[in-house]
Ligand binder design. Structure first.
Ligand SMILES: [Cu+2]
Length: 198
């Protein structure tokens, strides 16, 4: 279970919470049977999570919390535990449209890549690189389009949900600010291939 390494220390403590919240999520979202629920909420995969303008050195990201039912809803664009990897050339401006499709609050914030994920996130590593009040999160159905920052320090980062417990449960993507790449890219890595940060 290499992809669970990051969260291993806190995972046992959180598994009980996952079960309870998973049940609550289905109960809230459904109202009908679980099968009907999955059919009803089954989201189509949107290939347009990233657009960029190389001349303007600007990249626009769409990040959707609880994009689908994977990882009990604790996913971003359908990925959890860093399974999606975003690379941005250093110095580019990044804008994020963040959408919360869930029945719970979620947020997004850029933090340094760490082996032990924080329980909550109050402040991003780049100025402006978070949705408002990241440790509180946006309410269900909310959207914020004015998130923007300049990725001016090369390195390994995470785009994580700051609501207490959510990053530990796997709500994070990887972000590399690269000094060698000339254009951004968005890679979808299969969950089994999502590995521990170097
Ligand atoms: Cu969250």
């Amino acid at each position: 279970m290499p992809n669970d390494f990051i969260a291993a220390s806190s995972e046992d403590a959180m598994s009980h919470l996952t079960t309870i919240r998973g049940f609550a999520r289905r109960a809230v979202v459904c109202g009908l049977s679980y099968a009907a629920c999955v059919l009803f909420t089954g989201a189509r995969r949107d290939p347009e999570f990233m657009r960029y303008d190389a001349a303007a050195r600007r990249v626009d990201l769409t990040i959707i919390a609880a994009f689908d039912q994977s990882n009990t809803g604790y996913n971003l664009n359908g990925a959890s535990h860093g399974a999606h990897r975003i690379t941005v050339p250093s110095g580019w401006r990044v804008t994020v449209s963040f959408v919360n499709r869930d029945v719970f609050r979620h947020s997004i914030a850029v933090i340094r890549e760490v082996r032990s994920l924080p329980l909550r996130i109050t402040k991003p590593v780049f100025s402006g690189a978070a949705s408002r009040a990241p440790d509180v999160g946006l309410p269900p159905g909310a959207r914020q389009d004015d998130i923007g920052f300049v990725a001016d320090r090369p390195g390994a980062y995470l785009l994580a949900c700051g609501v207490p417990g959510h990053a530990v449960l796997g709500s994070y993507l990887r972000l590399t600010v690269s000094s060698v790449d000339s254009v951004p890219r968005y890679e979808m890595v299969a969950p089994s291939q999502a590995t521990v940060p170097q």
